[in-house]
Design a protein around this ligand. Structure first.
Ligand SMILES: Cc1ncc(COP(=O)(O)O)c(C=O)c1O
Length: 425
């Protein structure tokens, strides 16, 4: 299957007709648990001597298709699907970190991730050091002896800025730590971070993978390349696991160890399982990922060019624009297009932004991206509200910023709706 091209993998990877019924679409295995053949079979599953289904919190056959499909699309060796993007991030750090450990994260991140890392993670005694990821030298400076990972977004939310994955991977690897890339905005259709050195890829599958604004989900993809034993930094992977009678995960599972640990420790004990129904919805979404991402990107470029020339717009941040600071990186990392998300500055600042989102038609005012429908939000009054003024600015969510997620409607209709909305703002 891995010899097939991207579009074929998007439709087929991980799935085959159901052997008992012949069902061609992946069935929704809406069951909590699975019958054991006998006690010996149960014991081998519980002891990780055999792979198989026990309980849907840990594995489920519908979810397994989603996992195999995304692993194939990202070029990883294994994946784990969970309840949301934030759950994916939590399980990644649960596997990497011990109390008192630190990680470096880009300042160019989704506002919810900034809050999760800067506030909630502190309760686990996990600490973040922020760095402006537009220059890998800043990441390098922020890495210290307790740093266990670097976290970036390939295409940052909300600015759409493209981050230099290869340069940051080199800095992380020099320090003996993995690079985690949130590939939500780009999706593997536009950017494949593992090809540029990422060790772990995470997604909010809620966005473009599902693509229809109807299901929450998150994915962790294991590139299978990182040597977890080097430097003794990752005891969860290398030391005996008390809850599996002293089993050493890296020694036992090799390349797929990170995904295994996220599942059999993180997901088993913290519990944020995806429902099989949502896994089914996201599988269905992925079957058109290539078509949707191209259309999102083509329409967004038209909208960005139009806004750039609009008298009520002071600036547009979209990597597809030739004079955008990310344009050179876009050509390197995302040559097929720059995705659906852009931000622009509205004349009149905060008040005009609020008026625009209150008055606009066709575009829905809501806190999501990656829907078939076009979406609009004013981050300073919503998604990034919890951040300090300083954090808002560095996350590209200042008072005049408006974020768009361009949907699959006719681009001319989207442009006309924006013109009308801006006229009223
Ligand atoms: C880039 C990015 N990462 C992670 C998340 C969190 O994902 P979820 O809402 O599925 O928990 C989001 C949500 O908007 C996001 O935009």
């Amino acid at each position: 299957m891995s010899d097939f091209k991207f579009d074929t993998l998007a439709v087929h990877a991980g799935a085959k007709p159901d052997p008992t019924t012949g069902a061609r679409a992946t069935p929704i295995f809406q069951t909590t648990s699975f019958v054991f053949d006998d006690v010996e079979h149960a014991a081998s599953l519980f002891g990780l001597q055999a792979f198989g289904n026990i309980y849907t919190r840990i594995t489920n056959p519908t979810t397994a298709v989603l996992e195999e499909r995304v692993a194939a699309l990202e070029g990883g060796v294994a994946a784990l699907a969970v309840a949301s993007g934030h759950a994916a991030q939590m399980l990644v750090f649960h596997t990497l970190m011990m109390p008192g450990d630190r990680f470096v994260a880009a300042t160019q991140l989704y506002g919810g991730s900034i809050t999760q890392f800067g506030h909630s993670f502190q309760k686990f005694d996990w600490h973040v050091d922020w760095a402006d990821a537009t220059d890998a030298a800043n990441i390098k400076k922020a890495i210290g002896p307790k740093t266990k990972a670097v976290f970036i977004e390939s295409m940052a939310n909300p600015s759409g800025r493209i981050i230099d994955i290869a340069a940051i991977a080199a800095v992380a690897h020099e320090a003996g730590i993995p690079l985690i890339v949130d590939n939500t905005l780009a999706s593997p259709y536009l950017i494949r971070p593992i090809e540029h050195g990422a060790d772990i890829v995470v997604h909010s599958a809620t966005k473009f993978l599902g693509g229809h604004g109807n299901s929450m989900g998150g994915i962790i993809v294991d590139a299978g390349k990182f040597d977890w034993s080097k430097g003794n930094k990752f005891p969860t992977l290398t030391e005996p696991t008390a809850s599996y009678h002293g089993l050493k995960i890296y020694e036992t599972f090799g390349a797929i160890s990170f995904a295994i640990a996220c599942r059999v420790l993180g997901l088993r004990d913290l519990g944020p399982a995806i429902s099989p129904f949502n896994a089914f919805m996201i599988i269905t979404g992925i079957e058109t990922l290539h078509l949707r991402m191209q259309r999102h990107s083509d329409s967004a470029l038209k909208v960005a060019k139009h806004l750039k020339a609009h008298p009520k717009v002071t600036w547009v941040s979209y990597a597809g624009l030739e004079d955008d600071p990310s344009h050179a990186l876009q050509k390197k990392y995302a040559p097929k297009g720059s995705g659906a998300i852009m931000t622009f500055g509205i004349k009149g600042g905060y008040d005009s932004g609020v008026k625009l989102v209150n008055g606009i038609e066709l575009l829905s005012h809501l806190a999501n991206i990656g829907d078939t429908r076009s979406l609009i939000i004013h981050p300073a009054s919503t998604t990034h509200r919890q951040l300090s003024d300083e954090q808002k600015k560095s996350a590209s969510a200042g008072p005049d910023v408006v974020r768009l997620s361009i949907g699959l409607e006719d681009a001319d209709d989207i442009i006309a709706a924006l013109d009308k909305g801006l006229a009223g703002a």
